[in-house]
Design a protein around this ligand. Structure first.
Ligand code: NAI
Length: 733
């Protein structure tokens, strides 16, 4: 090979070269013309014993191939002697590969001082002593290449390797300084973090992986880093199985959390923690100068009184509010209108829905909540607004309000004008209020959207807590709902809804959803919003979009595609308060909602809202199981609390919807059973009123009920078993 990287005339010391990676390096350097000192103490993997055989065998192997090598049997702790061998035989030293190593793995609590010390002696002190012994020679000759061998265990940590991890990361620290001190003498010091199948890893790596991670695959990076042509200095490289990569330090933008002559508090750190740790804005720091300079600049700002804690906050409401965004244009046709209607559950099985689904239908029209579609991009764009430096991963759609001024045409070209009307300081985050007015081609205002977007961790910027322009959610009246409509969403509901413009992978891609902490892709909040508004329109608006004036809600909890949405409604004049609950879990997903009807409408129209899938349900009063749960209260005692130590929530269903909730606290005090949801339950149990009676009277086997889906348990399901005796005792009474 004409451009082969050669080492003719160079002298290389490889420590621990009797086996594994060291042997592979020694063979490679010798085959490329170097004279090699094959150092190896010949100890066991744990660093016990010594033999010359290992080093001798490698020297023989090199010589048999025509290479030049000499053995050295010292420990790396005798660095001077290792180096003396090179000088005695080859009169110089150019390259040092600090490679020798052993393991003494133990969990930290069991690790002895001796186990800590021996690892540090071989890895860190051994590398230090060999390096110290070559340093002056290299300085004098103004040439040297040194490799330190670190490990992923040091860089990232590994259970049972506290001693090894500390020593291995210590080598990175040693390299960092030597790279600086050696630079002007043309001594380059680099570190590798290898992975290879060797004696050290034979019982750690699975056999098939062990085979594919040959030491020979780590050799090339070491050869390259040690060659004259390579000028890298102070780098850390991971290498194994053919993959080579460089790693480095990164730091967040951080936050300056002190003002001149004012105390700096831990509370302020807590309140700004999300900014301190937010890597979405970051800096690559490679020198101590860069590291301290940035800090010094901030200190000078503080001392000159220039640092108003709020002036360097990523949220600057005054700038954001002044920002004028370009109008956005949305062109759509009847297909888009139908796609949206299907996305929020309109179905051909519902007779009166054909007008939303068939463009030839005489009454073909647009569902009112379609108004969110042309305006949606405005919300997505808020992270680009000056004064709102927000990590997009930290924003949540908090609330939605729409107001309709004119019937929405079934096709057209609409123009939306967006403005940030307020940025509210909610402490734990910033609530960005985005107002969007949408106009038709003649310039007439068709509808208005108000998006409330919550930027988690961006609070405490000294802003106002509320604003009169914000459409606030409102609580429903304290009585039982006047009406409820339940409707099951399809498993593909999110896949369908996203076609109307919100293509966030969170709603379709499982791995993306997992990154957001969800077990599976979730339904769009605006999809549930569309369902709820449709339910109200069916019940109180004659299923007529022209009767809907405004719709407001807060997005409280996520919904999974396939779950059933139950909209509970309370009518007060022309305002219908609503809340939407996920029937399967009993958890409210939309809260504080209301629909304002166009004046003069608002009569209940159960006969006209003929629906097949969506079922109107009466609100239940007394349940059979009420007595059972009330009775359990008398059986609870402190002894039981001690034994069970858990909080349960019971969801009792009737006709498929959660009608009653019971909080059973067997964790605090002498226990309690109260009606309503439990706070932080360890286990949530959902079962029908009939089945709970059957189960505790012994007529329904709990296990069978669980496996057939009649009895659902979420959270720590083992806790469910602890209740059997208690409830059976009450059922007998
Ligand atoms: P290995 O056990 O095959 O080779 C290490 C060699 O060092 C042995 O021949 C041993 O006799 C010699 N040695 C031990 N103590 C010595 C001492 N005091 N003086 C002189 N020689 C001594 O292990 P392997 O895997 O080749 O490891 C080489 C280096 O790579 C070690 O520093 C290890 O910590 C590091 N490493 C290896 C990884 C792997 O996946 N194999 C992963 C991360 C780091």
């Amino acid at each position: 090979m004409s451009n082969e990287l050669r080492f003719d005339g160079k002298v290389v010391i490889v420590t621990g070269a009797g086996g594994g990676l060291g042997r592979a390096y020694a063979l490679a350097f010798a085959s490329r013309g170097a004279s090699v000192v094959v150092n190896d103490l010949g100890s066991s993997r744990a660093g016990e014993g010594a033999t010359s055989t290992l080093a001798d065998k490698v020297v023989e192997e090199i010589r048999s191939k025509g290479g030049k090598a000499v053995a050295n049997y010292n420990s790396v702790e005798d660095g001077e002697e290792v180096v003396q061998t090179a000088l005695d035989h080859f009169s110089r030293i150019d390259i040092l590969i600090n490679n020798a190593g052993i393991l003494r793995d133990k969990s930290f609590s069991r690790m002895t001082v001796a186990e800590w010390d021996i690892i540090h002696r071989v890895h860190l002190r051994g590398s230090f002593l060999c390096t110290k012994a070559v340093w002056e020679h290299m300085r004098k000759q103004k040439y040297g290449r040194i490799i330190m061998t670190s490990s992923a265990a040091g860089i990232y940590g590994n259970f049972g390797q506290a001693n090894y991890s500390a020593a291995k990361l210590g080598l990175v620290g040693l390299m960092n300084t030597l790279a600086i001190e050696g630079e002007k003498y043309n001594i380059n010091v680099n570190t590798i973090s290898p992975v290879a199948g060797t004696r050290l890893t034979e019982d750690i790596l699975p056999p098939e992986v062990f085979e594919s991670l040959k030491p020979e695959f780590v050799v090339p990076i070491v050869v390259w880093l040690c060659h004259d042509e390579c000028h890298e200095n102070g780098g850390v490289y991971e290498a194994g199985g053919g993959f080579v990569t460089k790693i480095r330090w990164q730091r967040t933008d951080g936050a300056v959390l002190r003002e001149k002559n004012k105390p700096m508090t831990a509370e302020n750190i807590r309140d700004n923690w999300d900014r301190v740790v937010d890597f979405s804005r970051n800096h690559i720091i490679s020198t101590i100068r860069e590291s301290t300079l940035a800090a010094a600049e901030q200190v000078m700002r503080i001392e000159s009184g220039d640092n108003d804690l709020h002036s360097n906050h990523p949220i600057q409401p005054s700038i954001a509010i002044k920002h004028k965004s370009e109008p956005s244009v949305h062109v759509y046709n009847s297909n888009d209108v139908i796609k949206y209607a299907l996305g929020i559950g309109a179905s051909t099985t519902q007779e009166d829905h054909l007008k939303f689904l068939f463009e030839m239908n005489d009454d073909f029209c647009v569902l009112p909540t379609f108004a969110v579609v042309p305006a949606f991009t405005s919300m997505v764009g808020i992270t680009n607004v000056p004064g709102l430096s927000i990590n997009p991963a930290k924003i949540l759609h908090g609330e939605q309000y729409i107001e309709i001024f004119k019937p929405i045409p079934t096709s057209g070209k609409l123009t939306s004008q967006t403005k940030i009307s307020a940025v509210l300081d909610k402490g734990s985050g910033a609530a960005v209020i985005t107002d969007v007015d949408t106009f038709d081609e003649s310039g007439e205002r068709l509808f208005f959207n108000q998006f409330v977007t919550f930027a988690v961790g961006y609070g405490n910027f000294g802003g106002q807590r509320s604003s009169s322009g914000v459409k606030e959610p409102v609580k429903p009246p304290k009585r039982s709902p006047d009406a409820s409509i339940s409707e099951k969403t399809s498993k593909d509901q999110a896949a369908l809804y996203r076609l109307s413009g919100d293509s966030n992978p969170l709603h379709i891609e499982p791995s993306f959803a997992a990154m957001g902490g969800f077990k599976q892709p979730i339904l769009h909040g605006l999809c549930s919003y569309g369902y709820a508004a449709r339910h109200v329109m069916m019940k109180y608006g004659d299923n007529d979009p022209n009767k809907i004036k405004a719709v407001k809600t807060r997005f409280a909890k996520p919904v999974l595609p396939g779950q059933t949405l139950r909209t509970d409604m309370w009518k007060e004049g022309s305002r219908i308060y609503f809340q939407t609950v996920v029937v399967e879990t009993g958890v409210a997903c939309l809260t504080g909602g209301y629909v304002d009807l166009v004046d003069g409408t608002g009569s209940s129209s159960s006969s006209s809202s003929s629906v097949n899938q969506a079922q109107e349900q009466p609100v239940e009063d007394k349940l059979e199981s009420d007595a059972l749960f009330e009775g359990v209260q008398n059986l609870i005692n402190a002894d039981m609390v001690k034994k069970v130590n858990a909080i349960y929530q019971w969801n009792i269903t009737k006709n498929g919807k959660v009608t009653r909730q019971w909080a059973l606290d067997l964790k605090n005090g002498s226990g309690s059973m109260t009606s309503g949801p439990a706070s932080k339950p360890g286990c949530t149990l959902t079962i029908s009123d009939d089945d709970v009676m059957l189960m505790f009277s012994g007529k329904l086997n709990p296990q069978q009920a669980f496996f057939s889906g009649r009895f659902k348990a979420a959270g720590n399901i083992m806790l469910a078993q602890k209740l059997e005796t208690l409830f059976k005792a009450q059922a007998k009474l």
